[in-house]
Design a protein around this ligand. Structure first.
Ligand code: 5GP
Length: 215
């Protein structure tokens, strides 16, 4: 009889969104280190590479022409314009991965999340992180360096506009404490993996359990 923990299951698309300053990058990094069944979905973008970024790891960096061609050829699961650049999730890796039980972590904005959900509702789990307060958000957005008041005000306005999309998510976690927030995110992921519809190997397993017995 197949051991329960080796049952086949379908992978899921785990979307972690937040306004900048709410700790999304830290939580994503911890999750990828902690859990080897989930890996990052690497997006294509037209924005220039930042120092320290690696092509093919952080993003697939593409020219505007290349990106437009990919849109035309229906290469993307979702794509959107974010802050003046284009970003998209390539279909290929995700499609085959999900069928093999691979989970994917998505760092995409609310527009992409909506598109993903419309296309593949049953495979998508949407988690939104919030900062614990406005003061804390301001502190996190200022502690990055010696920015002018104007730059900080711009960041705050952008973060608040991102927060306005909180109701497009299945789960909302307030990131008051990184460890506590991380644990909650792990619990969400674990529970979602146990959804009956995702456990494709259950049918055979349960059939065995229900086999008529002689005694
Ligand atoms: P950054 O340029 O700072 O890496 O990302 C800017 C924004 O683009 C972030 O909010 C990020 O979540 C979003 N983003 C990154 N990749 C994708 C993608 O493939 N699709 C969508 N819709 N948004 C993305």
């Amino acid at each position: 009889m197949t051991k329960p923990d080796t049952l086949k299951r379908r992978g899921l698309m785990f979307v972690l969104s937040s306004p900048s300053g709410a700790g999304k990058t830290t939580i994503s990094r911890k999750l990828l280190e902690y859990d080897d069944q989930i890996r990052m979905s690497v997006s294509v973008t037209t924005r220039p590479m930042r120092p320290g970024e690696v092509d093919g790891e952080d993003y697939h960096f593409a020219s505007r022409e290349e990106f437009d061609r990919m849109v035309e050829q229906d290469h993307f699961l979702e794509w959107a314009h974010v802050f003046g650049h284009s970003y998209g999730t390539p279909k290929s890796q995700v499609k085959t991965g999900l069928a093999q039980g691979q989970d994917f972590l998505f760092d995409i904005d609310w527009q992409g999340t909506q598109q993903l959900y419309q296309k593949a509702e049953s495979d998508v789990v949407r988690v939104f992180l919030l900062p614990p307060s406005l003061e804390e958000l301001r502190r996190r957005l200022t502690s990055r360096g010696t920015d002018s008041d104007e730059v900080i005000a711009g960041r705050m306005a952008r973060a608040q506009s991102e927060i306005s999309h909180w109701d497009g998510y299945d789960y909302v976690v307030i990131n008051d404490d990184v460890e506590a927030c991380f644990e909650k995110v792990v619990r969400i992921l674990d529970a979602e993996r146990l959804r009956r519809a995702r456990q494709t190997g259950l049918i055979g397993f349960v059939r065995e359990l229900m086999k008529p017995q002689d005694d």
